[in-house]
Each structure stands twice: as structure tokens, then as C-alpha cells.
Design a protein around this ligand. Structure first.
Ligand SMILES: [Zn+2]
Length: 196
């Protein structure tokens, strides 16, 4: 199997397309950069707090930020915590990056739907006076784990998987675009303000 970008040996897949490790890393970083740029999430002189729960999500966030923000004057602090969504974080930083990826976003959306709750924390959100950013909102759990493995990053493994994500994983086997489509759909709904 050959990488569709550079023809080197491909060991990984995104959707149905095969990629080599280097192209895989570049594609994920490009996706993260695009979301940051599109939503203007980080600006010059921002004070950014990264919440580190030891997961691949936090570890990847730190690596990606270092690469993406290298020429932008911002400060980055890291706080060790087992984060949960309604947690109020005390910090002098103005932005908080939470350990959160596309699988978490899909799960949260369905949980709200099933429980008839307003998904107030969908997308990047303002809470407790601080902007909360989901740097990996367009990256699936599987892609995030692969990214960490290629980068040889140590992280705490978790076998916890919700009913919703088990279900989405099953659909994704035959329809690999499922989670991306769902993520796009959630973003569109948020932009239309239908959740308010
Ligand atoms: Zn390649």
C-alpha cells in the first residue's frame, strides 16, 4: 500500500485513503491549523492554559501547539487535572484548551439529544468567563491515538468507550466518513444558533 500523497509506504488510513506516517502527521496538523485560523481561536499575546489529563489528547495538544504557535508571541501553561466538562478552572490565563476530540463531541451531542438537554458546551465555548477551546475537535479518537504513537508520546490508555461511540465505530466500519460528517453537521447547527 502506497501513500496517496508521496508514494512512500503507507501504514495508516484516513477514511479509506492510505498515508505514510509523515503525511499522516501533516494532515492532522493542517486540520488543527485550519480550525484555529477559521475561528480565530488564538491571538497574539494570549495566555493559554492546556489541561493535561495524561491522555493522548492532552499530550498531542501540547506538541501541536508548540509546532503551530512557534512564531506567535503567546504564553502556554500546563495544568494537570482529570478534566470534566462543567469543571471551573481557576487560572490567570484567558484561554483554556480542554482534552476533547471529535469522538467526545459526537458523544456529547447525542447525550444531550437523548436527555433532551440543551448542548450548551457544543463547539468551542465560553464558560466561567474563559474561552474553552477544543483543539482536536476535527480529529477522531483513533487518529489522535495514531498521532501519539507515531510521535512516540507516552499517554495513559483508557478502555472506556460509551454506548454512542461503540455505535458510531460500528457505522464507521462501513461508512468511514460518519464522524466527520456528524462533526460538520454539529458545527452547522451551532452556527445557525439552533441550540439556544
Ligand atoms: Zn506520504
Amino acid at each position: 500500500m502506497k501513500c496517496i500523497k508521496c508514494s512512500n509506504k503507507a501504514d495508516y488510513k484516513i477514511g479509506t485513503n492510505p498515508f505514510c506516517s509523515q503525511c499522516f502527521l501533516l494532515i492532522i496538523e493542517k486540520r488543527v491549523r485550519k480550525e484555529l485560523r477559521k475561528k480565530k481561536l488564538i491571538k497574539k499575546n494570549d495566555k493559554i492554559l492546556v489541561l493535561d489529563d495524561d491522555s493522548h489528547k492532552s499530550k498531542n495538544t501540547i506538541i501541536l501547539l508548540e509546532s503551530i504557535l512557534k512564531d506567535l508571541p503567546c504564553s502556554i501553561k500546563i495544568k494537570r487535572t482529570n478534566y470534566f466538562l462543567t469543571q471551573k478552572i481557576k487560572t490567570d490565563c484567558n484561554k483554556i484548551i480542554i482534552p476533547w476530540n471529535l469522538d467526545d463531541e459526537c458523544e456529547y451531542f447525542f447525550k444531550c439529544l437523548f436527555n433532551k438537554k440543551n448542548p450548551e458546551f457544543i463547539g468551542h465555548f465560553l464558560f466561567n468567563g474563559k474561552k474553552h477551546i477544543k483543539l482536536l475537535i476535527d480529529v477522531t479518537e483513533k487518529e489522535s491515538i495514531t498521532f501519539a504513537k507515531i510521535k512516540s508520546i507516552d499517554f495513559k490508555k483508557s478502555n472506556k468507550k460509551s454506548m454512542v461511540n461503540n455505535f458510531l465505530d460500528k457505522i464507521s466500519k462501513n461508512h468511514p466518513e460518519t464522524k466527520y460528517s456528524l462533526g460538520k453537521c454539529i458545527k452547522t447547527l451551532k452556527n445557525l444558533n439552533v441550540f439556544i
